[in-house]
Design a protein. Structure first.
Lengths: 111, 96
């Protein structure tokens, strides 16, 4: 579908923090997506969750958009940060908090 | 016993990275019932790759993951559904 790249690009650029995931933040349908949700919620970051299971074009389109073959995918201020492994590693190293702060995204949890 | 996907992964990662250490762990059984039961946990759908290679020196996290994903592009386009990657360069602390 021609419009899917445009849809994704719009989501990425109009939301400060957006997570493409399986399921929703309230009900993740995959353990990897669930881990990223837990980390973002722990940090108290406002983000938009986009459920790729809702649309096959979206599910495939997001992989093409970032040239990244797996889901979840986290974007901050229009920039791809990584999937579950990278987000978790950054969080454990304290780098995710500073990444958000460096981008001017409010983090409620003191690091 | 390693199945065909695991064997192909091992061979491709060995060629691409000449790793000092390479652990390929089949975690498919942890995901039994995933996707409405389409995955019964006995297959080769979910893997964890722990790879220690000098090829990762000087590369950031995204670049390391992209390099591994690229090496396994055929598998990811086929039956390999999820891939956890723990890349490290020599001298970096790892917990494995």
């Amino acid at each position: 579908m021609a419009g899917i790249g445009e849809f994704i690009d719009n989501e990425v650029k109009t939301n400060e923090v957006v997570l493409f995931m399986k399921g929703t933040p309230g009900f993740p349908q995959c353990g990897f997506s669930g881990q990223v949700v837990q980390i973002l919620d722990y940090l108290g970051v406002d983000y938009k969750g986009v459920n790729v299971l809702a649309d096959d074009d979206l599910r495939e389109g997001i992989k093409t958009y970032s040239n990244w073959p797996t889901i979840p995918q986290l974007y901050v201020k229009g920039e791809f940060v990584g999937g579950c492994d990278i987000v978790r590693e950054m969080f454990q190293a304290g780098e995710l908090q500073s990444h958000f702060e460096g981008k001017g995204v409010a983090v409620k949890q003191a690091s | 016993m390693a199945g065909p996907i695991e064997s192909a992964m091992r061979e491709k990662l060995a060629v691409a990275f000449a790793p000092e250490r390479l652990d390929i762990i089949n975690e498919s059984h942890l995901h039994a019932g995933h996707q409405g039961g389409a995955m019964d946990g006995t297959g080769e759908t979910h893997f964890r790759v722990r790879i220690l290679s000098a090829a990762f020196e000087g590369l950031g996290r995204l670049a390391r993951h992209r390099a591994v994903n690229d090496a396994l592009a055929d598998e990811l386009a086929g039956g390999l559904h999820a891939l956890a990657i723990e890349p490290a360069a020599p001298g970096e602390p790892v917990r494995w």
